[in-house]
Design a protein around this ligand. Structure first.
Ligand code: G1P
Length: 289
């Protein structure tokens, strides 16, 4: 049987964004821009590039403006038309047409695994993508597409991996396994944020293509690190029982959930923009001299 195509993506977006206070007091952190595009729009675009049509946002109270961003803004569009800004109006409409965006609510902050479980009924019985909004990936072939391709080649759940310095392994899920091909391995160990004895320096980055079986496992896992239902713990069970691949994706990754990572992402993306790069580059040269 051919491997089923990925049509649905789950994007957990229920966090409070405390690392970015006061900016996130009234604005969801997912709407903070990288240059002039909200972070979540890059994430949704990446999912769409991997073949996704339906995006399931796992939201919480106070996050409704994320959904407004992907809706038609009638008044704004009429204003742009009246003032002759037709190209901008088209761009605004295109955002509303990127994907079908639906939301489910995570009513209590019980962890990433729990957030994913909240999407169970909407995902149903098919493979799906998970994308974490803090991980921004800049790559020729979008990160999620690289994983979806790997899933299609091998027919097994696939998660994104990246090498990190040994002193940073305590910040990530860490995986170890046996090589399948140049960039892919079969995972046989997976630990969430190891305090010591990390099994490798390969960190899990927030892109996962998973079979629906992960929901059954999530329903069973006990709270792990931080007393939360951890996705990583469920993935360790999936790896043991059904098999799971790790794929070292090609591209640059920014941790937009960290203030320095967020600033780096802004500068890197601005330096790719012909309308902004020359001025910014000149100024950067001056201030870093
Ligand atoms: C989450 C996951 C972790 C993963 C990380 C990637 O942690 O639990 O396994 O390595 O995302 O960004 P968080 O950074 O949300 O605490």
């Amino acid at each position: 049987m051919a491997t089923r195509k990925i049509r649905k993506a789950v994007i957990p977006a229920a966090g409070l964004g405390t690392r970015f206070l006061p900016a996130t007091k009234a604005v969801p952190k997912e709407l903070l821009p990288i240059v002039d595009i909200p972070t979540i729009q890059y994430i949704v675009a990446e999912a769409v590039a991997a073949g996704v049509r339906d995006v399931i946002l796992v939201c919480a109270r106070g996050k409704d403006s994320i959904v407004d961003h992907f809706d038609i803004a009638g008044e704004l569009e009429a204003h742009l038309d009246r003032t002759g800004k037709h190209e901008l109006r088209k761009q605004m409409r295109a955002i509303a047409q990127m994907a079908n965006v639906v939301t489910v609510r995570q009513q209590e902050p019980l962890g990433l695994g729990h957030a994913v479980l909240c999407a169970k009924d909407v995902v149903g019985d098919e493979p799906f993508l998970i994308l974490l909004g803090d991980d921004v990936i800049d790559a020729k072939v979008p990160g999620a597409k690289q994983l979806a391709d790997c899933w299609e080649r091998h027919g097994l759940g696939t998660i994104a991996l990246m090498e990190v310095p040994p002193e940073e392994t305590h910040l990530y899920g860490i995986a170890a396994g046996t090589p399948v091909d140049g960039r892919t391995m079969r995972i046989d160990r997976l630990v969430e944020k190891p305090k010591q004895d990390a099994p490798s320096n390969l960190a899990v980055i927030g892109r996962y293509v998973l079979p629906p079986r992960i929901f059954e496992i999530l329903e069973q896992v006990k709270p792990g690190v931080g007393g939360e239902i951890q996705l990583t713990d469920a993935l360790a069970v999936l790896a043991r029982e059904d098999g799971l691949l790790g794929h070292r994706f090609e591209g640059d990754r920014y941790d937009a959930g960290d203030r320095v990572g967020y600033l780096k992402a802004n500068i890197a993306y601005a330096l790719k923009r012909p309308d902004l790069a020359p001025q910014l580059r000149e100024w950067l040269r001056e201030v870093t001299r």
